[in-house]
Design a protein around this ligand. Structure first.
Ligand SMILES: O=C/C=C/C=C(\O)C(=O)O
Ligand SMILES: [Fe+2]
Length: 328
């Protein structure tokens, strides 16, 4: 079958995410004290953090800004050669912005945006976390000791971006970066939700329809992973005690089958917490699962658990003035 379109395996993983927060110290406290993450660097208006099983020196950068939202998402390639190939592919789309020398924790990166303007970058050189005598663990396959504060998340999992045109962004991630489409929501033939991955996870990034179709793309959520569903009940209790808004309590998604919950960190960004990550994909010719929007409520969004509130479908960051008007 020589006309078989071979996938490219150049992009390997979501390496880190930068969140903007108008209340940086409260946002940092949420991740550090409640989710047990570790601050590994502070520079200028930014603070860098990692979870205890993240192997790199950081997977999260919190930067002070006027409004909440996505600073950028960074993709690590499998090799320097793969980086070169993907940079060429992104340049050809006209969405490239150019190279930066790097940042704390990583080397040269090529910056670009999705068609709806979500800032992203491609990189290869990263700095691995070196545990200290204080946090070196006997569990050799773990990057550092399990922290003794909060209910500690284990690693970065994915982001979900709101877009005026999810289908266009899906196509860009497939064509330029080799992502595979795992699940979609269609409404009258239009793609209004898309879950794409470069691994056997259901998604490292998803795109969902934003109601504000004349605004640039927003962040829907950033997700960290526990791997144990029970821990969502533990962390819910702790978050409730600390007046963190729980938008969707522990729940099982239909789409991705992941055990999940959604909260708003103090800066206003939506954070998803994953119990397990749902089903894994090993089939090299996995067929995209397509949901019709009319079948999603009560099945695709929540398979088991409370109904998703309107806010889940309508609110991203930065929050638009429209929402401020309607929410009065
Ligand atoms: O219908 C909505 C399903 C959403 C699923 C996710 O956002 C996810 O798996 O992270
Ligand atoms: Fe998600």
């Amino acid at each position: 079958m020589t006309n078989f379109k071979e996938p490219t395996f150049d992009v390997a993983q979501l390496a880190h995410v930068e969140l903007f927060s108008p209340k940086p110290e409260e946002t940092i406290d949420f991740f550090e004290r409640l989710l047990g993450m570790q601050v590994t660097a502070r520079a200028g208006q930014s603070v860098y953090l990692r979870a205890y099983e993240d192997s790199y020196v950081n997977t999260l950068k919190i930067t002070e800004a006027k409004e909440a939202g996505l600073g950028h998402a960074a993709w690590r390639t499998h090799s320097p050669q793969a980086l070169e190939r993907r940079v060429k592919a992104v340049e050809a789309t006209g969405l490239g912005k150019g190279w930066i020398d790097g940042d704390i924790g990583h080397g040269a990166a090529y910056q670009f945006t999705t068609p709806d303007g979500h800032p992203m970058e491609l990189l290869f050189d990263v700095e691995y976390y070196q545990p200290t005598d204080k946090d070196r663990t006997k569990l050799l396959n773990r990057a550092s000791k399990r922290p003794d504060r909060g209910v500690p998340v284990r690693r970065l999992d994915h982001i979900n971006c709101m877009s005026p045109n999810p289908g266009k962004n899906e196509q860009f991630m497939v064509d330029a970066l080799g992502f595979r489409v795992r699940e979609q929501i269609k409404d009258n033939g239009n793609t209004i939700g898309s879950w794409v991955s470069v691994s056997n996870l259901v998604h490292e990034v998803a795109f969902v329809q934003q109601p504000q179709i004349n605004e640039p793309g927003k962040l829907h959520h950033l997700c960290y992973w526990y791997g144990i569903p029970q821990q969502l009940y533990e962390v819910s209790d702790l978050l409730k005690e600390n007046n963190i808004h729980i938008e969707v309590p522990p729940n099982k998604h239909g789409i991705s089958q992941a055990f999940c919950m959604y909260v708003y960190e103090p800066g206003g960004n939506r954070i998803e917490l994953f119990g397990d990550a749902g089903y894994l994909i090993t089939d090299p010719t996995f067929k995209t699962v397509v949901w019709d929007m009319k079948d999603v409520p009560g099945n695709g969004d929540t398979w088991i658990g409370s109904a998703f509130p309107d806010s889940w479908w309508n609110r991203g960051t930065p929050v638009s003035t429209q929402e401020l008007v309607t929410s009065k």
